[in-house]
Design a protein around this ligand. Sequence first.
Ligand code: UT7
Length: 345
Amino acid sequence: MNSGKTSAPINPRTRHGFQGRTCSIVGTGSYVPEKILTNSDLERLVDTSNDWITTRTGIRERRIAEPGQFTSDLGAKAAIKAMEKAGVTSEQVDLIILATITPDMPFPATACLVQQKIGARRAAAFDLEAACSGFIYGLEIGHQFIMSHTYETVLVIGAEKLTSIVNWKDRNTCVLFGDGAGAVVLQHRHGANGILTTCMGADGGKADLLSMPGGGSRHPATPESVAADLHYLRMDGKETFKNAVNAMCLAAKECLYRCHLDVSQIKCIIPHQANHRIVEAVRERLEAKPEQVFINLDRYGNTSAASVAIALNEAAEAGRLQPGDLVLLVVFGAGLTWGAALIQW
Ligand code: UT7
């Protein structure tokens, strides 16, 4: 597995000052539904135990959206908070990129529904599907639009209602996932810090490891496809685990290499929040210290595209990110897909 195209090293200072333009995260926001589903609640649904879930995954509880609450509602709430923090009005937003594997419906794009909900009338809007890596893919696309002077204000959102595709009879998967959304506002601001580099990768040869087979052109919805549980998420957990550790390490190292940085210089590593054993294996291989790593998966489980977006906002709100700090986001998901982003806060 490679981590995507290896490019020549980038000096963060020269990249930073590239044509006098920087792409900064000028506001973060997140939203999780109020309803909490604990491991003890799950003990009543499937043959599992709090002890198994906690020791094998680190997850203690997850949030569940209400039946009438959709991915666009979660995404809009996170986006509004990010815009408030950025001091940006919805009229200023030029582009909305929404990463999700649980859109409100196959089309139109959930990003368009968010555009309407937040009143961003001027904005172009599209969905991006890179599963749990979607937020980093979106960050890179937004970054490119800012750096190329195409747009001044880009909203990148990761939002999921994963409980709508979870098979509540499958203990291998139903204990892992939760609902939520995170968002950032990207802008160039003179003299501000910003995104130093990003990398992305994919391996479609392993698409079957983690998928929802039904609902697309291969298996459109029929009574048979529903009876065969094709509209639920399914995963080969063990293989996914191994691939996640390898890919996340490679992506993180690629970003560090390109910026001539050592892991010891990173203030905060924010990994995809799937399993504490994956996070720990990645941390050990990168030779990072436990205090460098931000974890909130115990409270939310795996929220796919929303995962690092929620964690980034919570790390910022907790005062873990100070101006000038180096922050490394690293993700992995279905596709397979993976990626990382190195940011100077
Ligand atoms: O977001 C995209 C990335 N996603 C991931 O990275 C997830 C990666 N995978 C994982 O996190 C882990 O593989 C899991 C948490 C899904 C599973 O952990 P594991 O240590 O790989 O367990 P396993 O699948 O090998 O299962 C071990 C045992 C099995 O029983 P037997 O066959 O040994 O008797 C399972 O049936 O644990 C059993 N098991 C459970 N037991 C109680 C599986 N799920 C449960 C459960 N409660 N919920």
